[in-house]
Design a protein around this ligand. Structure first.
Ligand SMILES: NC(=O)c1ccc[n+]([C@@H]2O[C@H](COP(=O)([O-])OP(=O)(O)OC[C@H]3O[C@@H](n4cnc5c(N)ncnc54)[C@H](O)[C@@H]3O)[C@@H](O)[C@H]2O)c1
Ligand SMILES: [Zn+2]
Ligand SMILES: [Zn+2]
Length: 374
């Protein structure tokens, strides 16, 4: 993979005999707080790969972790993992697609052929081998990502979902990551019709978990946050009740509203406090479905855990990807079950992505997600 990056970033050939290779603009990570828009070589597809011209992408909270040095990736990497675009080139062996077709590619790009994929654990894809923890997340992590004019799609046959003509890029771009992740919080929690669900944190992921809980049939959905804009959006997207953790004891309030505890608590922040509150909010036999990314040690208070005898389930999920997942999510939008466009609060051209990172990182101006147009 290092070789591929070196090739992509090498100087443009200057010899008169060879026509210059095509280049593109891309957002390249160089180090902590150092990203730059640069001209780099445009990728070309090998067997089983495709190249798409990115028409819309966005910035994820995880990209902020990368920029701040909290999640290390190597310098020279193009970051970003949420692409919608048009097929520009198809490598050998990719069938059933035409150049010019519009496709959505998930943030997670499983190979479809390894032990993990064939066992149904696509996000832990081992790329032709067994399992690799978080191995399905490649864009902007271990291979070049989507904040660029063009993107090389690995295992293209398994990862390009055709976008129905009637849907705009804006309607579908958030399906690649935050919607797939947020919905999976409710799916992994096995929310059932009539369930009560509390979602801790109403950032982009938590808001999508709130939407997912509704889709799965929950009849009482409680959104928890401490930011007025996000609490308002939580209501708008379908929460029945919102709780401000600055103003109320959330666990007491959840127990009061549900007569003893929720069926499913979804954690969408990644802190000890929210993990613990999610556990304390459960009824006996309830499920804690965790989406947050944690650091350091996570402690389990024994009384909330009923000393290990409470029949609780604790499940974790990495964003599901692959073209079948994307097809299903596209259908959810196409049939009007969900509209995620209110979450796209700002738009920037790729050339001004640094401004977009600053706005998104500072959570200024009511920002939820920014659309980036290469
Ligand atoms: N599982 C996955 O595949 C996956 C994918 C992407 C992101 N993530 C993780 O999901 C988490 C959420 O991502 P995001 O982009 O929505 O985050 P975000 O930072 O945009 O939002 C976090 C929200 O938490 C709220 N908050 C802070 N303290 C709180 C508290 N004590 N109680 C309730 N709410 C509180 C903030 O007001 C904010 O609205 C992160 O840990 C992220 O790394 C997981
Ligand atoms: Zn992401
Ligand atoms: Zn695989």
């Amino acid at each position: 993979m290092n070789g591929q990056i070196a090739t992509l970033l090498e100087e443009k050939p200057k010899t008169a005999n060879h026509p210059p290779k095509p280049t593109m603009q891309a957002n390249v990570f160089h180090g902590v707080d150092d990203i730059r828009i640069e001209e780099v070589l445009r990728p070309s597809p090998g067997p089983g790969e495709a190249v798409i011209r990115v028409t819309l992408t966005t910035i994820c909270g995880t990209d902020l972790h990368i920029l701040r040095g909290e999640y290390p990736v190597r310098p020279g990497l193009i970051i970003g993992h949420e692409p919608v675009g048009v097929i520009a080139e198809l490598g050998a062996g990719v069938t059933g697609y035409e150049v010019g077709e519009r496709v959505l590619v998930g943030a997670i790009t499983p190979c479809g052929q390894c032990g993990a994929c064939l066992s149904g654990h696509h996000s832990q894809c081992g790329h032709g081998g067994g399992y690799e923890a978080i191995g399905g997340w490649r864009f902007g992590n271990t291979i070049h990502g989507a904040q660029a004019e063009y993107l090389l799609v690995p295992n293209a046959q398994a990862n390009m979902a055709k976008v129905p003509d009637e849907l705009s890029d804006e309607q579908v771009v958030l399906l690649a990551d935050i919607a797939s992740t947020g919905f999976s919080g409710a799916e992994s929690g096995q929310v059932r019709i009539g369930d009560s669900v509390v979602v801790f944190a109403q950032g982009p992921i938590g808001l999508c978990a709130t939407v997912g809980a509704r889709l799965m049939g929950a009849t009482l959905v409680i959104g928890v946050d401490g930011d007025d804009t996000r609490l308002a959006m939580s209501k708008r997207l379908g929460a029945d009740v919102v709780l401000d953790h600055r103003k109320v004891d959330v666990v007491d309030e959840v127990k009061r509203l549900t007569g003893g505890g929720v069926d499913v608590a979804i954690e969408a922040l990644g802190t000890q406090q929210t993990f613990e509150s999610a556990l304390r909010s459960l009824r006996p036999g309830g499920t804690l479905s965790s989406l947050g990314v944690y650091s350091g040690k996570l402690q389990m208070p024994y009384e909330a855990f009923a000393a290990g005898l409470g029949d609780h389930r604790i499940v974790t999920t990495l964003c599901p990807g692959g073209k079948e997942r994307m097809r299903r999510l596209l259908e959810v939008v196409r049939h009007g079950r969900v509209d995620l466009t209110p979450l796209l609060t700002h738009t920037f051209p790729l050339a001004r992505i640094r401004e977009a990172y600053d706005l998104f990182g500072a959570r200024r101006d009511g920002v939820l997600k920014v659309a980036i147009r290469p």
